[in-house]
Ligand binder design. Structure first.
Ligand SMILES: Cc1cc2nc3c(=O)[nH]c(=O)nc-3n(C[C@H](O)[C@H](O)[C@H](O)COP(=O)(O)OP(=O)(O)OC[C@H]3O[C@@H](n4cnc5c(N)ncnc54)[C@H](O)[C@@H]3O)c2cc1C
Length: 404
């Protein structure tokens, strides 16, 4: 089988589906292939996100669950922040990804499930499509003017096309999705420190109707510990005995997230690399869904422009790199930088710093969690929490400021 199209998207995650929709909207004949049987399954993410972004993307309200309480726990301390209502949320991952798929198809994209790309087709130096194994096991080719690699952490196409290497460092996360009828459905927890998650953190995210995601992520190869074992520690903490009373896992998820600054290049002739493939998420918190959606949409727009102008050469497609860097470059640079510094905190360092969160305003906490860094934010935090300055935090913040 040889199939031809204008834009081929490999991977039906949030980045690929947004890319497909934008490309199809521009009038390009667009095909998406997804190796799994279903869009949004298996789940390999927790879905913590932000309501305004989802509304801006036109995501229906029933696909996210608002949360407003947030407690940060370390082995010897804790701090709670009450966020304003309708700011933070936990996504219905399968529902959201299916919705994004439907919207892409509605715009005219063709979606091929259980189709897996395993090789790259070149036309001289330019990427001209991929080799595919379909749902019957038959091999074929899909040729395209622009191929978009949206395969996530594996960078399946980009690596084979010579656009950077595979990731050497990543967060490995393990998570239960519980039915927990006694859990307060508006409250989230973050657990930091070596006792709970060496080099990473644990989380508890309720997602509505009694369902709660409890997970632990650690960074490899920085640590050799197994996140799956730490997940059992978090599940068994006395502190949660009441809220987990009568609870039981309904699903088990695992996943990988790149811990890397954004890659040097996101495009080459005939190819764009989106979402986790280019490390477009924030490695400070391991947040990647909305960033994947932004990056996918931008890539789909650029691919559509390339098709309509008849130019899918390297310099035309490099517009994608420029536009992404103009919007997100500094944010992701600073996120990576701060994340890398706090990864090595001892339990004692976490115990001393976490209580300072209660000195910050909810808006400051939100800006930090959302990675909305600017000089005003850093200075206002130093004013509200001057003890941070006395404990080495000033140097860290100043170095981050220097990157702005
Ligand atoms: C444990 C964990 C928890 C997380 N929690 C959060 C969170 O709370 N909030 C948040 O915003 N982010 C979170 N993230 C990050 C988030 O999941 C990613 O940033 C996001 O999924 C990236 O989207 P993507 O579309 O780039 O890649 P993916 O979501 O990985 O999608 C890639 C798609 O490509 C398909 N694919 C791969 N190879 C092929 C192939 N050869 N052929 C065809 N299809 C292929 C895959 O099956 C998949 O569907 C978490 C990550 C992990 C690991």
């Amino acid at each position: 089988m040889v199939r031809e199209c204008d834009v081929l998207v490999v991977g039906g995650g949030p980045a690929g589906l947004m890319a497909a929709r934008a490309a199809a909207q521009s009038g390009a004949d667009t095909v998406v292939i997804e190796r799994h049987n279903e869009i949004g399954y298996p789940v390999h993410t927790s879905g913590g996100s932000w309501i305004q972004d989802m509304r801006d993307f036109g995501v229906p309200e029933h696909l996210f669950h608002p949360v407003d309480g947030c407690t940060f726990i370390t082995p010897g301390a804790q701090a709670t922040t009450q966020l304003p209502p309708n700011v933070a949320c936990v996504l219905d991952i399968r529902g959201l990804y299916q919705h994004l798929a439907e919207r892409a198809v509605h715009e005219g994209a063709t979606l091929l499930v259980r189709h897996s790309a395993d090789s790259v087709i070149f036309d001289q130096d330019a990427v001209a499509g991929v080799g595919v194994k379909d749902h019957t096991g038959q091999r074929g080719e899909i040729r395209a003017k622009v191929t978009i690699d949206a395969t996530g952490h594996s960078r399946r196409i980009a690596v084979r096309a010579g656009l950077g290497e595979g990731f050497h460092r990543h967060a490995f996360g393990a998570e239960y999705d519980l039915y927990a009828p006694n859990y307060p459905q508006n409250h989230t927890y973050f657990l930091m420190g070596n006792t709970f998650a060496p080099t990473g953190y644990g989380w508890i995210f309720p997602r509505g109707a009694g369902r709660v995601r409890v997970g632990v992520g650690v960074i490899q190869p920085d640590t050799k510990v197994d996140a799956r074992k730490y997940l059992e520690t978090v599940m068994g903490l006395d502190q949660f005995a009441d809220v987990f009373k009568g609870a039981s896992p309904i699903e088990y998820h695992t996943g990988l997230f790149p811990v890397s600054p954004p890659l040097k290049e996101f495009s080459k002739a005939g190819l764009l690399a989106v979402g986790d493939v280019s490390a477009h998420g924030s490695s400070l918190l391991g947040e990647g869904i909305r960033f994947a959606m932004h990056s996918g949409r931008l890539a789909g727009e650029v691919a559509g422009e390339a098709v309509s102008t008849g130019d899918s050469g390297a310099s035309f497609l490099a517009q994608y790199d420029k536009r992404w860097r103009a919007q997100w470059g500094k944010t992701m640079d600073i996120s990576y930088y701060i994340g890398d510094k706090i990864i090595g905190f001892t339990d004692d360092q976490w115990d001393r710093r976490i209580p300072m969160i209660e000195k910050m305003s909810p808006e400051q906490v939100i800006a930090l969690l959302r990675c909305e860094f600017d000089a005003k934010l850093f200075r206002s935090i130093m004013l509200r929490a001057p003890r941070l300055a006395a404990r080495g935090g000033k140097r860290l913040l100043q170095m981050a400021l220097d990157r702005l």
